[in-house]
Design a protein around this ligand. Structure first.
Ligand SMILES: [Zn+2]
Length: 143
């Protein structure tokens, strides 16, 4: 149907005939997003926390934790990782991953014992999942 014909028929300005469906569409999209947020499991809003004195952030893809990385608790920069000692020893007890802040004088912020960076991230994911399972996480902490 012609827009100006509709406008004449209902005696409304033409721009309303054009904008009304757009506004309606935007409101529908907005409502759908709100509904999805309401029905989303609460833990999906749990995306940051402190572990081993480091600030960790992550996202979810389905039920899995992705983009997990750690940040300096004082300056919020991404931490660098040093796990070179892990390839030098086969003794798990001697393997340590160090996390270093480049911005705060290259000093150690935290460490995870038992393996290299892959191992450290696995341990962290396990700790996050444990908090989710036990419902001990706080989505409002560290915001
Ligand atoms: Zn720092």
């Amino acid at each position: 149907m012609n827009i100006s014909l509709i406008a004449q028929e209902y005696n409304v300005p033409e721009y309303l005939v054009i904008f009304f469906p757009m506004v309606l569409l935007l409101m529908t999209i907005f409502l759908v997003i709100v509904i999805i947020k309401i029905f989303e499991p609460k833990y999906k809003q749990y995306k940051q926390d402190m572990f081993h004195n480091m600030f960790w952030k992550w996202r979810y893809k389905g039920d899995s934790i992705i983009d997990l990385w750690c940040y300096c608790p004082s300056c919020k920069s991404m931490l660098l990782v040093d796990d070179e000692n892990c390839s030098a020893t086969s003794n798990l007890g001697d393997k340590i991953t160090f996390f270093i802040c480049h911005e705060c004088g290259e000093h150690e912020i935290g460490r995870i014992k038992g393996g290299d960076r892959t191992y450290a991230l696995k341990i962290l994911k396990r700790e996050i999942l444990a908090k989710i399972r036990l419902k001990t996480f706080d989505i409002y902490a560290y915001r």
